[in-house]
Ligand binder design. Structure first.
Ligand code: ZN
Length: 182
């Protein structure tokens, strides 16, 4: 059993930019397995290493029965098309808010053995790649919302059973936000 506890909003690790993976070793492959097992157990679309308390640029995904992982992802957007739809996060349980994302993404990175891989995603897969890569920069989907939607989401979060008033969440501006969103 390699299902691990997921860190929740308010945990500083979720606000800390993760480091690039340098060693593609056994330890890394254990991390990929933990991420994948925990994601499949929890039933989300993606899970990033900081959500397990590990500050490395790795995420796992499970979208439309495609299960995999990406290490040191670099996102490129082939066009300007956007999508808007409900988004959630395993670190912010029970909260779903319409979030604007790019519709198409090309994600370059590596697999657990250090081989270069390219993920071409549209729709949900593109949304997942953007959401998870944000995690690696310490950014959460709440940061992508307009002020009014964020305020409403925060109201719901404060009313949530898991919310810890001793560690209130902060909002951060995404380093990738410029030019993408109004
Ligand atoms: Zn998330």
């Amino acid at each position: 059993m390699t299902v691990q506890p997921i860190r929740l909003l308010g945990d500083p690790v979720l606000r800390t930019p993760a480091d690039p993976v340098v060693d593609f070793d056994k330890e890394l492959r254990k991390l990929v397995k933990d991420l994948t097992d925990t994601l499949l157990d929890q039933g989300g679309a993606g899970l990033a290493a900081p959500q397990l308390g590990v500050g490395l640029r790795v995420f796992a995904f499970d979208v439309d029965d495609a299960v995999g992982h990406l290490i040191n992802p670099e996102l490129h957007f082939p066009d300007e098309e956007e999508q808007d739809g409900p988004e959630g996060c395993l670190s912010i349980p029970g909260i779903y808010v319409d979030t604007k994302r790019r519709m198409n993404v090309v994600a370059n990175g590596f697999n657990e053995y250090g081989d270069p891989v390219r993920l071409i995603g549209t729709g949900m897969m593109a949304r997942c790649c953007q959401h998870e890569t944000d995690h690696l920069d310490g950014v959460l989907f709440l940061d992508r919302l307009d002020p009014q939607a964020r305020k409403e989401a925060m109201r719901q979060i404060r009313a949530s059973e898991w919310y810890n008033a001793d560690a209130p969440p902060t909002v951060k501006v995404s380093p990738h936000a410029s030019g993408l969103f109004r």
